[in-house]
Design a protein around this ligand. Structure first.
Ligand SMILES: *Cc1c(COP(=O)(O)O)cnc(C)c1O
Length: 239
């Protein structure tokens, strides 16, 4: 039996990431089962998602429409079922219905108009969509490249999601700002998460941590890590 070299490469990289997660959990005295690894497969082909599923990966992350939907269809056509699709990138309002059709979880709910657009899409597709409110942790940002809701706007946005029949409020997501200390940024996220859980006890997911900073995220209580490059390799530059 010949071994697909890409299979072997992914198996090694995945094993290394799982060891990092285990070590981070041990250091934080956390149970590894509390942490879900979402492998972010953007720019990589559906064949890699199929390979990863064969290696036990249950959660795949995508950041761009329509790439994400095409890939979900291809993976299903390859006979792989049971992959949960996480949409982690910015969602345009006019693409929300399409994203709601093929995603299981949307991590990037950042404005009220998107909430209503996702609800309409999920209702039309007759499904329930898990949603995370994305929080902007960049305190230096003077607007501009803001991604995520301002922390003060999180409660209203969470209530809006919670009020939708086809959306399920699960928690929060954030990306550590490039210039920030990730430990400090994730500590702020943990505060926002505690405030959210006080009013919404079922909304306890915290999606934080990527290839470069997953240890800090685990230490701060992340329940979902979004790891791309450390598993799949460096991506070609985006354009
Ligand atoms: C691409 C991406 C990731 C994965 O980043 P890596 O550095 O490749 O681990 C995580 N979260 C979001 C929102 C992304 O767009």
């Amino acid at each position: 039996m010949s071994v697909d070299p890409r299979d072997a490469e992914l198996a090694d990289a995945l094993a290394a990431v799982r060891l990092r997660v285990e070590a981070a959990c041990a250091a934080a005295r956390r149970v590894v089962d509390e942490v879900t690894l979402v492998v972010v497969t953007k720019t990589y082909p559906a064949a890699d998602v199929v390979r990863l599923a064969g290696l036990g990966v249950t959660d795949a992350g995508e950041a761009r429409h329509p790439e994400a939907g095409r890939k979900a269809d291809e993976v299903a056509r390859a006979g792989v079922t049971g992959v949960r699709w996480h949409f982690v990138g910015a969602v345009q309002t006019n693409k929300a219905a399409a994203v709601a059709r093929y995603s299981d979880v949307v991590h990037s709910v950042d404005r009220a108009r998107l909430v209503s657009a996702l609800e309409r899409g999920a209702a039309r597709a007759q499904r329930t969509l898990d949603c995370l409110v994305q929080v902007d942790l960049d305190e230096s940002a003077a607007g501009g490249g803001r991604s995520g809701a301002h922390r003060d706007d999180v409660p209203a946005l969470a209530d809006a999601v919670d009020g939708c029949e086809h959306l399920r409020l699960r928690g929060l997501m954030a990306v550590a700002p490039l210039a920030a200390n990730p430990a400090a940024a994730f500590a702020r996220l943990a505060e926002v998460a505690a405030d959210l859980a006080a009013g919404h006890p079922a909304a306890r997911w915290v999606s934080a941590g990527m290839s470069a900073d997953l240890e800090h995220a685990v230490a701060a209580g992340a329940t979902h890590l979004r790891v791309g490059r450390a598993v799949l390799g460096e991506r070609p530059p985006l354009h």
